[in-house]
Design a protein. Sequence first.
Length: 340
Amino acid sequence: MATMQQVADRAGVSIATVSFVVNGTKYVTPGTTARVKTAMRELKFRGNVVARALASRRTRIIALLFPTTGNRFSPTTSQFFMSAAERASERGYHLVLWPVDPAGDDLDDLVSGGLVDGVILMEVRMDDPRVAVLTDLGVPFTLIGRTRDSSGLPFVDIDFETTIEDSLDHLETLGHRRFGLVLEDLEGTPMAGYAPHLRVEATFRRAIVERGLAGTVVTAGPGSDGGRQATSDLLAADPDVTALLVMKDDSSAGVLVGLYTAGRRVPEDVSVLSIASSEANADQHYPRLSTMVAPGQELGTRAADALIEQLDGTSDDLPHFLLPCTLRTAESTAPAPAPA
């Protein structure tokens, strides 16, 4: 097995420089770092993670905490994870996906055991007990999401308020006056109080009133069946609805089937706009869904940067980043049908 001295000789640097690169304890210029890493690969050098952690009191591992309840891993979630992992790697850290109990009861073991230097918390609820646990434990953390009052917390999040206003702007410009909103049914589950849903519903209800429009909110159960039932409930509540906002990827197909079954054409009779989703998900449907595309990649990158800057002491600022979704029009939205 190669030694640090052999790596130093191959790269033409001192053994101290190799140590700085391996342990991340001091800045080394990109060119020198590249030479050292090339020598490490050529010599098949493997650093001792445990020894490095003991020497520096840091593992250079950060955890992305994800709730263990339900099937909540969506394409947008994958974007968060992959972009955060890529950014962490660029900055000399390793990111792991770590399932945790929604109540945060198992966080003490993770943090107190010294397994990670800090955490990124996802799927945040308005009153999230995990935030209180992390605060009490004194572990550096960043949220992808916001609690009810996040003014004193580091966070990055989708600007759901602006996203809903922009969605209504798009559809209202097309002449729509009667709207429906389909959200995931989380009542009675550990994810009740999920912040994005509460913010979206509150913004939708307020904007509908302010704009003098008609609006109905329904919830959908799991999968396609949940989408079909939600559509049935919505049409029963407002048979004249002409535009739907759907924030539930796994039920979007069911919503389209439910409209078809009820004799409603998309987009001729009813326009459908997917909220906080991805283009890849939208393109799986017929017709292809117009979508408010979630900024998953940028949020993941910003979350990793915010946490690592805490860990490295390179910024004293408390990050508060809000990024709205961007509209991608496709085949599921069109001008409202003429009144009968």
